[in-house]
Design a protein around this ligand. Structure first.
Ligand code: ADP
Ligand code: MG
Length: 348
């Protein structure tokens, strides 16, 4: 459900960008030869480069990035009724259909993460996301009825989507299957912008969309990029920790920003595909480091669904660099995997 850009979301995201920039505050934004912020996919983005080759024209670069992002949105968004994704969702046919390359890549990685997480990550949760008021349908702020939920659950399951990479075709074996790429598309878009910058000869950059980031090279001060991981509190935006990052991507999933409350219960926008209901455990956020932002983005949601025990065990087993922030009686507790700790060790 890539949302159309809306002002409320924009307000929150601009704050996040403020935090991100604040971390780089030894270097005021103005000093960066390229800084570009705008909105896409229901959220905001910021792109910075520390060096621009002389051949690169500032304004042209912005236009190219914007059209790249608009193109991805037009392919991957459930809010665009004519997107390749929406056309597949609307079409009740169970026959093979050709899909464009971005969609094919994102679907293939989605299915890989679904298998790796035993279905905790599942893009076929689209109908459930809508029922709980976090999708294209207007917010209802109440829990859906049991019978309606069960009906949607019957039409959920990543096994019902089949991909044929050779022919770039996909098919579903349930006519009602509804795909939602919100937990992975932002990450993919970050990767595409990053690779585009590299094609232009730009090798020192930060690309951030809705909190998912990819970093390469150095910041303006010739050091690693310094990126904030938020404290998972809904009331106020605060920094949990600032990490130095370069040549890596980072994504965070949390239950603290996008939720509704009804009768004292907080309903998160992360749905457990096994129950059809929002997650309910003590895990407040998960941050993942990975080579691509697409993988980091999806893994963060997968871990968020699995929770502080199962998620942590899987991350350790798969050698995933992950930071779990868990709610305790008097605050938060951090749990890092070995790979996460290793990443920040001084390399000789
Ligand atoms: P977060 O930063 O918390 O991960 P995202 O926007 O990246 O937030 O992803 C959350 C969105 O992913 C939800 O709004 C919903 O559209 C979708 N989603 C919810 N549960 C799942 C799930 N189990 N697997 C895949 N996508 C999900
Ligand atoms: Mg995410």
């Amino acid at each position: 459900m890539l949302k159309p850009f809306n002002k409320k979301v924009a307000g929150l995201c601009l704050l996040l960008i403020f935090l991100l920039s604040a971390c780089d505050n030894q270097a005021p934004q103005a000093k960066y030869p390229f800084v570009y912020s705008d909105g896409i996919m229901g959220t905001s983005f910021t792109i910075k480069a520390s060096h621009l080759p002389e051949t690169v024209k500032h304004e042209l670069l912005k236009t190219q990035i914007k059209s790249l992002l608009d193109g991805l949105n037009a392919e991957l968004s459930t809010y665009e009724s004519q997107s390749a994704l929406s056309l597949f969702n609307q079409n009740q046919s169970v026959d093979w259909e050709s899909v464009p390359s971005a969609l094919l890549t994102v679907l293939t990685e989605s299915q890989r993460i679904s298998q790796l997480s035993a279905g905790a990550f599942d893009i076929t949760v689209g109908k459930l996301v809508n029922l709980w008021g976090f999708g294209v349908d207007p917010m209802n702020f109440t829990a859906p009825e049991e019978t309606i939920l069960n009906e949607a659950l019957v039409n959920t399951g990543y096994q019902h989507l089949v991909i044929d990479a050779e022919t770039s075709k996909i098919k579903k074996d349930l006519p009602e299957l509804y795909l939602d790429l919100s937990a992975i598309a932002k990450g993919y878009a970050v990767d595409k912008v990053a690779l585009f910058l590299e094609e232009q000869g730009i090798n020192d950059y930060m690309v951030e969309i809705g909190g998912e980031v990819r970093l390469k090279g150095k910041n303006i001060n010739q050091g690693a990029w310094r990126i904030a991981i938020e404290k998972p509190t809904p009331e106020k935006r605060m920094i949990q920790k600032v990490v130095p990052l370069s040549n890596i991507s980072m994504a965070t999933s949390g239950d603290y920003r996008n939720f509704f409350e009804s009768k004292g219960i907080r309903y998160s926008h992360t749905i457990d595909p096994r129950t059809g209901r929002p997650i309910t455990h003590k895990l407040a956020s998960v941050t993942i480091l990975s080579d691509t932002a697409m993988t980091a983005d999806a893994l963060a949601t997968a871990m968020m669904v699995l929770g502080e025990e199962q998620g942590y065990q899987l991350a350790e087993k798969q050698q995933i660099a992950a930071l779990f922030i868990i709610k305790t009686a008097d605050g938060f507790e951090e749990k890092s995997t070995a790979a996460f700790i290793e990443f920040f060790k001084e390399k000789p």
